[in-house]
Design a protein around this ligand. Structure first.
Ligand code: SF4
Length: 434
């Protein structure tokens, strides 16, 4: 019975790479080290609603067809489209992302990632102000003050605190949790906040106010700070600023509570400035708590290949990028796309109603291992192998460290990488009129 060590969990952006997997008769029967979310991905994948066969919608019904027929039908949609949206690509490998970008270029499409609805503003903030960062290994070994701002790792990244941050023991942090101060800034007392040393409750949408007040204090201008900031008494703000300033090494982990609340990318921009200010006194870094396991990888690959991390429009024959105009939701709400590819993501469940309504009106090609609300509006459904379990590939952890995911079991399904290659070849063939 093969026992595979150091497998990578392809669920959240922590990409834990110490998982031990036991395989019997091509089935995963035992998982060691994964959290409950990771466990449900490895073992639960046999129970989830897998797409069992390629399908094409005929007379309103999805009917099983051959893989080749789905590639033919999908290529036809793409060749006849004048404005295709290609969306998702964050729960798959970097190799598939690279192929998807080539396909978008070939078809003059717009390609966007799930960052559109999560950490997209983080990318904008990084472009404007930079993103002083470090590897999670460095944080494990050095950070004595850990801040979780607008995120709840107890639920979303369950092993983050034990492997990389609050509870982990490192070279200069051998006391683990006892040697670290843990601060949570949030609008409600989450389960992460309940185990913090300090919980700072702020008013919804007021992150920018609190970051600005902290910057004023760190820079010696506490006199300009009013008696209450973002619902937090000045004394507490002063105390937090002192904690950050007096740390040997601070890391602010921030989540969608920061990136998707009022002021959007200006919040990330301000956190970046706060980190720069703190670096006048101590060592400080920031890391976004990325959700989809390879959303960081999409940004990396897209940036190498096009110069931009997401929302890339190839309609002009070269990459053009202007989030707010070229984001997936911007386009759908303007009812612009006349076809869509949704891959390794579920726009049907996560997009606003108006965007989904438009998707339901246009031909949609779905590439995914699992059936989900997008399947209900898809016209061509291409089942894919589960990357990190049925296919190998590269992914980037939330700190932009690349890791190689292993293939653990065999499958009859094609990988996303193979599907996108076949689709690109078919589109080229149709365009040449062969
Ligand atoms: Fe998987 Fe994330 Fe849990 Fe690690 S923390 S085992 S990557 S779900």
């Amino acid at each position: 019975m093969p026992v595979i060590k150091d497998a990578v969990c392809s669920l959240c952006g922590s990409l834990c790479d110490d998982i031990t997997v036991t395989v019997e008769d091509n089935k995963i029967t035992k998982i060691e080290n994964a959290c409950i979310l990771g466990h449900s991905k490895f073992v639960g994948m046999f129970e989830h609603d897998r797409i069992e066969t390629p399908m094409v919608r005929k007379d309103g019904e999805l009917v099983p067809v051959s893989y080749e027929e789905t590639i033919e039908a999908a290529a036809k949609i793409l060749v006849n489209s004048r404005r295709t949206l290609s969306y998702g690509w964050c729960s798959t490998s970097c190799e598939a992302v690279s192929g998807a970008i080539q396909l978008a270029e070939e078809t003059g499409s717009i390609i966007d990632s799930t960052a559109n609805v999560c950490h997209g503003p983080t990318a904008l903030a990084a472009q404007e102000k930079g993103s002083p960062s470090a590897s999670l290994g460095e944080i494990k070994n050095r950070a004595d003050v850990i801040v979780f701002w607008g995120c709840n790792p107890v639920h979303a990244h369950p092993r983050h605190m034990s492997r990389y941050s609050s509870f982990s023991k490192g070279f200069f942090t051998e006391k683990g949790r006892k040697g670290r101060k843990m601060v949570v800034v949030d609008v409600r007392k989450t389960d992460t906040a309940k185990i913090a040393d300090k919980y700072v409750e702020i008013e919804q949408g007021s992150d920018l106010l609190l970051v600005t007040a902290l910057r004023s204090i760190v820079n010696g201008h506490e006199d300009v700070v009013p008696e209450t900031v973002a619902g937090v008494p000045k004394a507490e703000v002063l105390e937090l600023a002192e904690t950050l300033k007096n740390a040997k090494f601070t890391c602010i982990f921030f989540g969608m509570g920061v990136t998707q609340s009022r002021s959007k990318y200006k919040n990330g921009d301000a956190v970046s400035s706060l980190i720069s200010d703190l670096n006048q006194h101590t060592k400080a870094v920031m890391i976004g708590m990325r959700g989809h396991y390879n959303v960081t990888g999409f940004g990396q690959v897209a940036t190498w290949e096009t110069g931009f991390p997401m929302a890339i429009d190839f309609a002009r024959g070269y990459p053009y990028y202007n989030p707010g105009e070229t984001g997936a939701n911007d386009l759908l709400v303007r009812e612009e796309p006349d076809a869509a590819i949704i891959a390794a993501a579920d726009a049907g469940a996560h997009f606003p109603q108006k965007a989904v309504r438009h998707l339901a009106r246009i031909p949609v090609i779905q590439i995914d291992p699992y059936a989900n609300p997008t399947t209900e509006i898809a016209d061509v459904v291409i089942p894919a192998a589960v990357v990190g379990i049925e296919a190998e590939g590269t992914a980037y952890r939330m700190d932009a460290i690349s890791l190689r995911m292993k293939k653990l079991i065999d499958t009859e399904f094609k990988t996303d990488e193979e599907i996108v290659k076949d689709l690109t070849a078919k589109v080229r063939e149709m365009k040449r009129g062969v």
